[in-house]
Design a protein. Sequence first.
Length: 232
Amino acid sequence: MFDRSVPALPLTHLVSDCDGVLIDSEAVALDAMLTALQPHMADRAQLAALIRPRLGLPLVTVLAQMFAHLNVTAAEGELAAIGEHVERECDRRLSLVPGVAAALAAIALPKAVASNSHSERVRAALLRTGLAPLFGTRIHTPDNSGLPKPNPAVYLAAAAGFGVAPGHCIAIEDSITGASAAVAAGMVVLGYIGGGHVPAGQAVRMQALGVHATFDDMADLPGLISALVRPG
């Protein structure tokens, strides 16, 4: 699952997704969506299998796709109500991905966030979890940087914010949607597959996209970064 090739450009900056990489919110969002959508499909395991590959897309897109897939017409205001429920649950159960704070502290590269969430939600989550000082104002989201992932706009904005070419950046992603965006931007991508929301076979799918390596424990991240920054 590892591509040992030497990156084309020196790697000098780090760009991270937020939900599922920094904040352990994707598992919470999955659980909240399962509860909200079970009236339309009783089989919770089958429902989860449909939602998991869509995580990483904007929430409103996930919900719209799910209703279309289930061939269900949403009641007036139902999509908005489910979206608000999911966001409330994510806020209420806010927590860090295990080990990510220590991993980031051990990585000396300048850091930015590239997320499909709204910028204010990302800022609030980083403040509440103590990660905000690591990223400062370098938060790039569709509301301030263009189209959502899988479009590469937020990753291109992150590189521009650093004043470097995208090829100098390492991106960390947990979803196919996000990894596709980072690869399209021209970054070297590491895929985190340790979250409970990640579907089976994610490592193989990420590798097929061109992700450099996958890992399932944040304790491994500093070593992976070090090997990329100072290739042997």
